[in-house]
Design a protein around this ligand. Structure first.
Ligand SMILES: *Cc1c(COP(=O)(O)O)cnc(C)c1O
Length: 311
């Protein structure tokens, strides 16, 4: 504060104000006990299998399928490459309807495929793509919809699917925020043609870097697994221009250990969520997102909506 006590003086970028030497983090990654990771590393050193769908990779795919309640999942090096590959897997071209209210990777995955992102506004209550506005944005070039379960809150999956069905469009969910989220009937990841997860350090479940595509059938998984491994089918045959999107054994091993603690981590988030809700009750100009209702949330974020005329 300056002498008049009316204007906040912010520190220069890169410096820390004297009274704020202990930084306050917006988020911190969940890390398991380090000593429990050592045996995993010893196994990797013993086997010298570092990547290319090794034993930890296979175990993690199985374990995540069980945990998430889905059948087919393909692990990736990160969520962005998984999004790029998901679009390739379904041979999406032309225009894709998506939300502007997301992390940049959603739209960038379209641009990296030479696809035009067409933005449709969000519902101000859910912060997700508003299905009522999708139809007006559909053109003869539209091939798919790429909604985001923003902050882990499920989209209006039925509303979106109805439009997709009547216009013959694919639906690829950016589910980067939605690890472990369920609706009344099961995993939110079962909706649409594909769902893409991120296991980045800032997400509810992290493998430092990582991601995955959830797909409905074994045949699609085979295609995705080929695409993420240079288009290889077997040792010497390459059938299409793929990419290197493989998750390493290090990240997969870490994922197996993180999975043992993820319920505990989500419970801690739930406690914090409840405390925020309680203490923000009645705060002027601030609104929290609606209760999850029948959905099982993961408490990934705690967005607040601030009234624009709030002083
Ligand atoms: C984190 C995130 C991504 C990208 O995931 P990475 O694993 O960081 O590449 C994509 N979309 C959304 C909405 C995200 O929050």
């Amino acid at each position: 504060m300056n002498k008049n006590n009316d204007e906040v003086v912010y520190p220069a970028p890169g410096t820390v104000r004297k009274d704020m030497e202990k930084p306050i983090y917006v988020t911190q990654p969940y890390l398991p006990p380090l000593e429990e990771f050592i045996p995993y590393l010893e196994k990797i050193w013993e086997s010298k299998i570092l990547t290319n769908s090794g034993p930890f990779h296979q175990q993690l795919e199985k374990a995540l399928g069980d945990y998430l309640g889905i059948e087919h999942i393909a692990l990736f090096t990160n969520g962005t490459i998984a999004l790029v590959t998901a679009l390739q897997a379904l041979r999406i071209t032309g225009e894709v309807i998506t939300t502007p209210y997301s992390f940049v990777a959603t739209s960038h995955s379209l641009l990296w495929n030479g696809i035009k992102p067409v933005f449709v506004d969000i519902d101000p209550n859910s912060l997700n793509l508003d299905p009522a506005k999708i139809e007006a944005a559909i053109t003869p070039q539209t091939t798919a919809i790429m909604p985001v379960h923003c902050y882990g809150h499920p989209c209006d999956v039925e509303g979106i699917q109805k439009i997709a069905d009547s216009y013959n469009l694919k639906v690829i969910y950016d589910a980067a925020h939605a690890f472990g989220v369920k609706d009344a009937a099961g995993s939110i990841l079962r909706h649409g043609d594909l769902s893409v997860l991120s296991f980045h350090a800032t997400k509810v479940f992290n493998t430092f870097e990582g991601g995955a595509i959830v797909c409905p059938d074994a045949k699609t998984k085979v295609r995705i697994d080929q695409l993420k491994n240079f288009g290889h089918v077997g040792e010497v045959t390459v059938v299409e221009p793929g990419i290197n999107g493989k998750m390493s054994e290090f990240n997969a091993a870490l994922g197996l250990l993180q999975l043992k603690y993820v319920d505990q981590a989500i419970r801690q988030r739930k406690t914090i969520d409840a405390a925020y809700r309680e203490r923000l009750k009645g705060a002027r100009g601030i609104r929290c997102l609606d209760d999850p209702g029948e959905n099982t949330p993961n408490y990934a974020y705690f967005p607040i909506l601030v009234d624009t005329d709030f002083r």
